[in-house]
Design a protein around this ligand. Sequence first.
Ligand code: GLN
Length: 485
Amino acid sequence: MKFNQYTIHELQDKLAAREISAVELTEAVFARIAEVDDQVNAYITLNKDEALVQAAAADKLLEQKKGGPLCGIPLAIKDVMCTRGLRTTAGSKILESFIPPYDATVIEKLREAGAVICGKVSMDEFAMGSSNENCAYGVPHNPWNLDYICGGSSGGSAAAVAADECIASLGSDTGGSIRQPGSHCSVVGLKPTYGRVSRFGLLAYASSLDQIGPLTKDVRDCALLLKVISGYDRQDSTSVAQPVPDYLSALEPGLDGLKIGIPREYFAEGLDPEVNEAILTGIAELRGAGAETVEVSLPHTDYGVAAYYIIAPAEAGSNLSRYDGVRFGYRDKEADSLLEMYEKTRSQGFGDEVKRRIMIGTYALSSGYYDAYYKKASQVRTLIVEDYQKVFSQCDILVSPVSPMPAWRLGEKTDDPLSMYLADALTIPANLAGIPALSVPCGFSSAGMPIGLQIQAGHFNEEKLLKAAFNLESALEVKGQKPKL
Ligand code: GLN
């Protein structure tokens, strides 16, 4: 195996034993990027020179046995988290030349843990999308088949991990954007409980839904990275002051006493039969590890997409008003008046999907329509929260598909936003309720495209997700399979 193909926990040992240096490892990652990224297109901005400086510093610490948990580990960051001195575009032309003067809290935490930042990876513009085709810097391709989407909006993160163009990555998830690309690229992806991870320095899409989380090659790495980025942050008033458990200690074999709910509504019409089959196999393996299963119902699941596509655009419309050409980012220089400058800057700077969301959000919040749309959607959100409360008194976790279908061909849904939105039906409810949810590789379709299994749990029960996922991963032979690039 090549160095860049290992997991974080394997590399921790190799680096500590000085079997390999952080500089060699970083060079291996950049060699891989040079080899495949013209096909995969996962990266928007490379940080090679700086990464090698960070790796050399990590080697010094490793020599003195002083390195943190990520010392010398090359990571890729979704281009929506501010990195001091390193361009952060959010996949948008409007931020083409934005160089943040500060680090997001998660980036600070990664740096403290010794990580090497290889670069910023592709995403749908402002995280709006399910296929990563809405990116101003080209579309990433699925490493398992380059004619297919890698999912979105954290598509670059998932593709970079799957193609071994980094060791692990951070993504963000507002309605499925970590779990769905994770599922489509056969990597582990976790959306933490709302408030578990600081959002300070994350360019906001929909603030009541956004959460940062890991995309990794296996469940152990997921637990490890989650531990590093979690915790209260006084710069994010929505982060929660709950102690951060040692997620790694949750990774024990055996699921005796665990009660798994199988939500009926997640196996409804429209579910691809091969996805259904893979998930049923996964459920059988979880039972084999000792878990008990019970059928449950989340009756308002069907309304999640409609509620989300009001709430998220409403918040986005407000959040994106800061991109006005005055304070930072792109500005149209030809305009004769202030109003014209705003108009031209925003119409040239934003892509079509972002404009569509701003229009939906503005409409939904406009006086006279507020009650019919935003208020109604918020009420539906409460019903979804209550569905989960009821269900988590009957079981510990919920198991379902992540996406109703495997990855589709590039271009297949670009002219049909509604069918793209519906692809998020199974991931959106967790964001509306703020609960943690994870995607773990579970199999492949007959066309060879990955299928992920979703696990959801009550607030701050990430350990239950990780334990179940760890047991599933150990029972299946999916982990370690690599795409042939
Ligand atoms: N696909 C959803 C959207 O377009 C979710 C995106 C996300 O989680 N960032 O809004």
